[in-house]
Design a protein around this ligand. Structure first.
Ligand SMILES: [Fe+2]
Ligand SMILES: [Fe+2]
Length: 484
């Protein structure tokens, strides 16, 4: 295998609060893994910008008041660190059959393979999204957005490091093999795809990127929040810190779509168009009409919902029972946190009716997390709707019915419209262009994707942000594309 060509001082290269300098076995494992990671980044990371100087945030500590620094850096030289949230003295397992026992600092033998699987699945999503987004630099709507894309990308890289740290430190030889395999799978590949469906979809344009960071990164947030409850303390501490970065990814998605909505509504107003369905007239203004945004949202919402797995699931029950993966905001839920005798209302199809049925709560862990996700999405949609209302346009974004366009779980075999009508497959296919982006919608979006790289300038289909990153001014050069 390829050895590092230069001597790398891993103590200094990798910001860490895990005593890396004193853990020789771990250092050795990381030294063996690092060159492959850099190769992966150079081949599969942002295309065409490996030499650019990018104004990036780097996590250097875990103090909430000052955990990151901002500076120009070439992405392959980014300092991907291993940072865990501080240890909470006396922490006990918050749920499941070991509830109340001290948390584990080592992997419990009986749960080893289940735990490894949970970590690998989370880990696999991190490099996958970098691969999906690697061509977007060529069509950035501004340097500000380009920088945000790269910030998300390097942080997904750091999340991979966070998970690989756990695999290499706690899972011996098979952990090292999993770490290697994480660099070998490829998003969208026929023979070695990424593990989960949404992470093999294309991210062909910037609208897709913003929708992805809003809806799919939000799945990531929900998963991390559940793993942050884990009785395996190193996993809990890793995920708690990752959630601090994830907040920025949510921001990029929400504000990105918000700025597109704002620009569309402003252009409609200026042109005297009040009906959001005058699609041709609106597109002539060079902005993205609201119905197309809704269709894009429908697509990203439904592939992201599939990431939660089957609503009723024994795997979910087992991981909860074992104390490995909890519920969203577990410690704030008022029940016994063991759920042996509890039920949870789950939406099901009976005959040709959707009904809500009380289901054993343990098997409905995934259903509950999906419900929490839908609520969390709705709060963002409501904020988008406020932008529309404020600009005097009559239109509201909504989320499709839970059974619409699903490939995984309870409803995967059904053909259901966004408003919850069961129909034949043929009829669904005939109407799908009204609900999901059509070829011509995608072609129109694609036609808008032209790079804007003058500092302070923005593509015509997106409004400038309200404020800069780290309080930088409007014409700040977030990315120096060709540094001398
Ligand atoms: Fe991530
Ligand atoms: Fe993320």
């Amino acid at each position: 295998m390829n050895k590092p060509s230069i001597e790398v001082n891993y103590d200094e290269l990798i910001p860490n609060n895990v005593n890396l300098s004193e853990d020789r076995a771990l250092k050795k494992a990381l030294e063996a893994w690092h060159p492959g990671y850099i190769d992966w980044w150079k081949n599969m990371g942002p295309e065409g910008f490996q030499e650019a100087q990018v104004y990036l945030r780097t996590a250097v500590g875990v103090d909430p008041a000052g955990w990151a620094t901002f500076d120009y850096v070439k992405m392959p030289e980014y300092r991907w660190g291993i940072l865990l949230a501080p240890k909470e003295e006396g922490r006990t397992i918050p749920f499941g059959k070991h509830k109340g026992e001290p948390v584990w600092q080592e992997v419990p033998a009986e749960y080893r393979s289940m735990l490894r699987r949970l970590i690998v699945i989370q880990a696999d999503t991190e490099p996958a999204s970098v691969e999906q987004q690697r061509h977007l630099g060529a069509t950035c709507p501004s340097l500000y957005d380009l920088r945000n894309l790269f910030q998300v990308n390097v942080e997904e890289g750091r999340h991979l490091w966070a998970m690989v740290y756990l695999l290499q430190k706690y899972f011996g030889k098979d952990g090292r093999e999993e770490a290697k395999a994480l660099l070998n799978r490829r998003s969208g590949s026929e023979d070695r795809p990424r593990i989960l469906g949404a992470f093999n979809e294309d991210t062909p344009d910037w609208l897709s990127f913003f929708m992805f960071t809003f809806f799919t990164d939000r799945d990531g947030k929900m998963q991390l929040a559940s793993l942050a409850q884990s009785g395996f303390d190193p996993l809990s501490r890793s995920c708690r810190f990752m959630l601090m970065e994830e907040a920025h990814h949510m921001f990029v998605g929400e504000s990105g779509v918000g700025r597109i909505i704002q620009r569309t509504c402003e252009a409609m107003k200026a042109a005297g168009i009040s009906d959001p369905n005058e699609i041709d007239a609106i597109r002539k203004l060079g902005v993205i009409d609201l119905p197309t945004l809704q269709k894009k949202a429908n697509f990203h919402i439904t592939v992201s919902r599939d990431l939660f797995g089957a609503e009723v699931s024994t795997n979910g029950a087992n991981a909860f029972n074992a104390g490995l993966k909890g519920r969203y905001k577990e410690t704030r839920i008022e029940d016994d946190h063991q759920l042996e005798n509890d039920t949870y209302p789950v939406l099901k199809l009976e005959g040709d009716q959707f009904v809500i049925r009380d289901t054993p709560a343990l098997t409905a862990i995934n259903a509950r997390l999906l419900d929490d996700y839908i609520k969390d999405c709705q709060a963002g949609l409501n904020r988008w709707n406020k932008i529309i209302a404020k600009l005097g346009v009559t239109f509201e974004f909504s989320q499709p019915h839970p059974a619409f366009n699903r490939q995984v779980g309870e409803f995967s075999e059904l053909s259901v419209s966004p408003d919850g009508k069961l129909m034949s497959k043929e009829s669904w296919q005939q109407q799908q262009d009204q609900w999901l982006p059509s070829e011509s919608d995608l072609a129109y979006i694609n036609s808008l994707m032209k790079a804007v790289t003058e500092p302070g300038e923005y593509a015509g289909w997106i409004a400038p942000p309200k404020e800069g990153i780290n309080k930088q001014g409007g014409d700040f050069e977030y990315v120096c594309i060709d540094p001398e």
